[in-house]
Design a protein around this ligand. Structure first.
Ligand SMILES: Cc1cc2nc3c(=O)[nH]c(=O)nc-3n(C[C@H](O)[C@H](O)[C@H](O)COP(=O)(O)OP(=O)(O)OC[C@H]3O[C@@H](n4cnc5c(N)ncnc54)[C@H](O)[C@@H]3O)c2cc1C
Length: 686
């Protein structure tokens, strides 16, 4: 059947499921949905407008049966081509699903449909003294569904986490049209967190239960003007390193500031080259005052030209208008803007900044630099004109070099804007074949037919690895895999031998949990206690890497001795065992990276040392609760807080934490990662 006929053939079925007039194939509609806020373009075959979340599953079943690709779309403000239908098919337009169904003030949870605009939710919450933390600069138009699709961040995410940290539960329509309810608290691997940031490639969110927070009693907003962007970045690292946790710590360079002020008189001293916006909140006014004084001293030490508190709400709104309005202001300088989204470990920000500047100058481009500085997240906004082919080439090359620079500095290629189609090729630079194969396994398990937003996130054949591509070739050197210690090498070698012999393995930490007793089906224990030793604490970046066999209590003691802590209750068991068993689901929020070995003996590095990372699927969280059956955890990297924990919360383990009955999706994932069921085989034995 010709492509143009395949929608026509199922049109009556689709309209029966979604309502009369819901399926549009007219030229105007097709053109409108051929582009989004990114640079890619492609035409859908149909646009299906939904009036009820209940219509999504039946429509997806029809499309799945017909083998027609589809993708969910909301406001289309994503900056990576995420809503471009690369293989045609249907756009599922969910933007009319904008009901806030419930605000549960006691449980502090809101139940919303995906089309609710972020800012409208905030407005609805305010009278109840509550707020929803993720606050992307696009929040006046971007939606909760799109924010979930991209795992969006925003200024407040420094203190309150990104979208995934603020979602309690999701109702999801799978690419085969089944309806699932997923929470990160469910026993077993954390499927909910994998869905967040999956850009419509693993399923469609039809309802979301969002975590709400009480509005703080006090908020103080400060602007600090600096004579150079370097000195501003120096202040950022020192503020966080001093144990001050602002609710936001944002930066703008002079180009962005001038664009945002657009002719108005600048409130900053004439030599200002960069401005930090620092915002502190809480219920303890004295603590805020002390932190502000400390931040003032730090900024002064970095040559700050002016450190000024917003006098009233109007001045505060003006500062945020300048920061959040900087992108549209830059967009007025030229017909097009490329917004990059690299992340580096926070202490590497000054280097990242220097390299970004050199790249901009090398390619003779104009760019305003905006930073979620506290998160190490850089947004160079390169302005250009797409009608100038030579300039477009330079912009592309510059963008790629900026991403490579972030990778080289130990960072990642996207902190919040996603990979979509525009950064697919860069996935080859960030990850090795093993990690990419792991991601492909996730995609196949969720979407065996490959119909949900196809050709997004994961490189396709035409995205040649950088070294082989003329356009991308250069002096780029791939960062080496982190050096595993001899004990970890020993575990890997042993697992490879067992893999060759087909010997099932019972992965064993301290033996606190994951008791297999008589049910181990003859699996040989693999004792991970040898993975011990002192944690590698990066005091400036506030992260620590620890081997999986270290008892959590010992790790906590090591951190305390160095003046740091993990914001977790006291837990018994090894680090690896606690992650794998997910006895305390909150562990996911502190976990930045995992080094694992698969059942086939392949070493994978997932995540890393940055606090934000949306490059690829969230395999780190998927492994939380995987109970040793998807891979053996060798080492983990955590985000730390500074200072001693005055009141380490008491924690009572849930009684049924291991009442895990694998679903069909868990089993598919198991088949992808461990096709011979060699790791903890009793869990999937039935
Ligand atoms: C001026 C400007 C400022 C921005 N500032 C920020 C910022 O500060 N922080 C930030 O993180 N981003 C920012 N962005 C990027 C963008 O706004 C975010 O990615 C936003 O989350 C996208 O929401 P949307 O409603 O536009 O979703 P869309 O662009 O329509 O969709 C985004 C992705 O999610 C998928 N998707 C849509 N609906 C669903 C669903 N129901 N279930 C599953 N997947 C779905 C889509 O297929 C797509 O892949 C900015 C963009 C602009 C233009």
């Amino acid at each position: 059947m010709f492509k143009k006929d395949r929608i026509r053939a199922i049109l009556p079925e689709l309209e029966a499921a979604a309502g009369r007039g819901s399926v549009r194939t007219d030229e105007g509609e097709i053109l409108m949905y051929s582009y989004d806020a990114g640079m890619a373009r492609a035409r859908p075959e149909a646009v299906i407008n939904f009036s009820s979340p209940d219509h999504v599953a039946p429509v997806v079943r029809i499309l799945h049966k017909a083998g027609i690709p589809f993708l969910p779309r909301l406001a289309g403000t994503n900056l990576s081509g995420g809503t471009i239908p690369l293989k045609g098919g249907a756009i599922l337009n969910l933007s009319r699903l904008k009901k806030i169904r419930q605000i549960d003030t006691a449980a502090r949870v809101a139940l919303v449909e995906p089309g609710v605009v972020n800012m409208e939710l905030q407005r609805a919450l305010e009278p109840f003294g509550l707020f929803y933390a993720p606050d992307p600069a696009s929040q006046k138009v971007s939606t909760i569904g799109g924010n979930i699709g991209e795992n969006a961040g925003g200024p407040l995410c420094l203190k309150y986490g990104v979208t995934v940290d603020n979602v309690e539960k999701l109702e999801v329509v799978t690419p085969e049209g089944e309806v699932m309810l997923l929470s990160y608290r469910d026993a077993g691997p954390d499927l909910m967190s994998v869905l967040v940031g999956s850009e419509g490639t693993l399923g469609i969110v039809t309802h979301a239960w969002l975590k709400l927070l009480p509005l703080p009693s006090h908020i103080k907003t400060i602007s600090a003007a600096f004579p150079s962007a370097d000195s501003a970045m120096g202040a950022v690292t020192r503020i966080i390193g001093a144990g001050i946790l602002p609710r936001a710590l944002e930066a703008m360079d002079k180009v962005s500031l001038d664009a945002a002020l657009s002719g108005k008189i600048s409130p900053f001293p004439p030599d200002t080259e960069a401005v930090l916006i620092l915002e502190l909140d809480g219920d303890d006014a004295v603590k805020i005052k002390t932190d502000l004084e400390a931040a003032h001293k730090i900024c002064a030490g970095q040559g700050c030209l002016a450190f000024k508190a917003a006098a009233d709400e109007a001045e505060r709104a003006m500062l945020w208008q300048a920061r959040k309005g900087a992108y549209p202001a830059l967009a007025r300088l030229a017909p097009d803007v490329l917004v990059e989204d690299g992340v580096v470990p926070r202490p590497r920000l000054p280097e990242a900044l220097r390299e970004t500047r050199e790249i901009i100058s090398k390619y003779k481009l104009t760019a305003g630099l905006l930073f979620h500085a506290g998160d190490g997240n850089l947004h160079p906004n390169v302005v250009f004109d797409r009608r100038d082919i030579q300039e477009v080439k330079r912009v592309k090359k510059a963008g790629y070099e900026m991403l490579k620079s972030c990778i080289r500095l130990g960072g990642t290629i996207s902190g919040e804007h996603g990979i979509g189609v525009e950064k697919r090729v860069a996935m080859n630079w960030l990850y090795g074949k093993g990690e990419l194969a792991f991601f492909h396994g996730i995609k196949r398990a969720f979407d065996p037919a490959g119909l949900a937003n196809p050709d997004k996130i994961l490189p396709v054949a035409s995205d040649r690895p950088a070294a082989k591509s003329g356009e991308l070739a250069g002096t780029f050197v791939f960062p080496a895999k982190s050096a595993l210690g001899p004990e970890a090498r020993g575990i890997v070698d042993e697992l490879r031998l067992r893999c060759a012999a087909g010997t099932p393995t019972a992965v064993t930490g301290l033996g606190t949990r994951l008791k297999h007793g008589g049910e181990a089906h003859g699996a040989r224990p693999l004792d991970l206690r040898s993975l011990s030793g002192p944690a590698e604490i990066d005091a400036e970046n506030l992260t620590a890497r620890v081997q999986a066999g270290v008892p959590m209590k010992e790790f906590s003691a090591q951190l305390a001795a160095a003046g740091f802590r993990l914001e977790l209750p006291a837990l018994a068991g090894s680090v690896g065992g606690l992650i794998a068993s997910k006895v305390c689901p909150e562990i996911r929020g502190l976990l930045l990276g995992l080094e694992i070995v698969t059942a086939e003996g392949e070493i994978l590095e997932l995540g890393g040392k940055t606090v934000k990372n949306v490059a690829g699927y969230d395999a780190v969280r998927l492994l939380c609760g995987s109970m040793g059956a998807y891979g053996v955890i060798l080492a983990a990297t955590f985000a730390l807080a500074s200072g001693r924990d005055e009141a380490a919360a008491k924690f009572s383990e849930p009684e049924a934490w291991d009442a895990f009955e694998p679903s069909e999706l868990h089993r598919r994932l198991k088949r992808e990662f461990d096709p011979r069921n060699l790791l903890n085989p009793w869990l999937y034995g039935k």
